[in-house]
Design a protein around this ligand. Structure first.
Ligand SMILES: [Zn+2]
Length: 295
């Protein structure tokens, strides 16, 4: 299965950007939009696409790219639509997903229009309707947004005939001309990731491919003060690796004496001998790495 991930426009396409931001927004450690600056649509399109590729590939789906080539969203030409279509057809893609953010009005100031919608072609839509429905059902979960529905329009990146694909959707994730959606969703890496996960889940349901969630591994030391989630993560794995004679831990997210002793026994079994100078209440990186291989 090969799916094309298309990103709208190019890094500096005229228009295709938010009105000036009302305050600073830090997207991640690479991108900050200062008060008065405008976020270009393509930057957010690529932000979502990077996560989407990761999601689909983890599920065993191969991907290709039009309108972008890598994580650097700042150096992309606006690839002509006919060229995008030609490359997709040539690569014999099964489906195509185009990522966009919507706009309404003159683009100089924010307005009330908001929400997410998905476009499919009005004539050459193949299986796009079912594909779009499934993706939309997932996208309306998570961050609260109004659902503007599935719409038909003769858009180049939806034309299944020209791209020789079985289905193609164009996703308008939010309005860059709406202040809330621009500053809280479009300029938000968590939203990019959430959208990518939701699109991938929709595609998996549509194609019948099993969605494989990302494998969670706690990224800091686990102690009795850690989150319930992290302590449960440890307890579930310790129950698998502990010797038969040790009573199974109650998986309750509470790091009590039994969990502490279980950690010491685990270390002893590994021959790490750390229990000589440790009390079993700090689970560091080496132990987490080891335990992450268990499940
Ligand atoms: Zn767009």
């Amino acid at each position: 299965m090969l799916i094309n991930i298309d990103c709208g426009h190019g890094s500096n396409t005229a228009g295709k950007r938010t009105p000036p931001f009302p305050h600073d927004v830090i997207i991640n450690n690479k991108i900050t939009i200062k008060k008065g600056e405008q976020l270009h649509e393509h930057i957010a399109d690529v932000g979502v696409a990077v996560f989407l590729v990761e999601e689909l590939e983890r599920c065993g789906i191969k991907t290709m790219r039009t309108g972008w080539n890598d994580k650097d969203a700042y150096n992309d030409e606006d690839e002509p639509l006919a060229e995008r279509q030609r490359r997709i057809a040539k690569a014999k893609c099964d489906y195509s997903i185009s990522i966009h953010f919507n706009a309404f009005g003159d683009g100089k100031s924010f307005n009330d229009v908001n929400g997410l919608e998905i476009y499919i072609h009005d004539t050459y839509f193949g299986q796009s309707e079912e594909m779009g429905k499934k993706v939309l059902e997932e996208l309306i979960q998570g961050s609260k947004q109004s659902n503007r529905g599935l719409k038909k329009q003769s858009l180049a990146m939806c034309n299944c005939k020209a791209m020789n694909v079985k289905g193609a959707i164009l996703v308008e994730l939010a309005y860059m001309t709406n202040k809330r959606e621009a500053t809280e969703l479009m300029a938000n890496e968590d939203y990019w990731k959430e959208s990518a996960i939701e699109i991938a889940k929709g595609i998996c349901r549509f194609t019948g491919i099993e969605y494989v969630p990302v494998k969670y591994v706690p990224n800091k030391s686990i102690t009795p003060k850690s989150s319930k989630e992290d302590i449960i993560w440890v307890q579930e794995r310790l129950n698998i690796v502990l010797p038969d004679w040790f009573p199974r831990l109650v998986v309750d997210g509470s790091y009590g004496p039994k969990t502490r002793i279980a950690v010491l026994i685990y270390w002893d079994n590994l021959g790490w001998g750390r229990h000589m100078n440790d009390d079993g209440t700090i689970i560091g990186k080496a132990t987490r790495d080891k335990l992450s291989q268990v499940l």
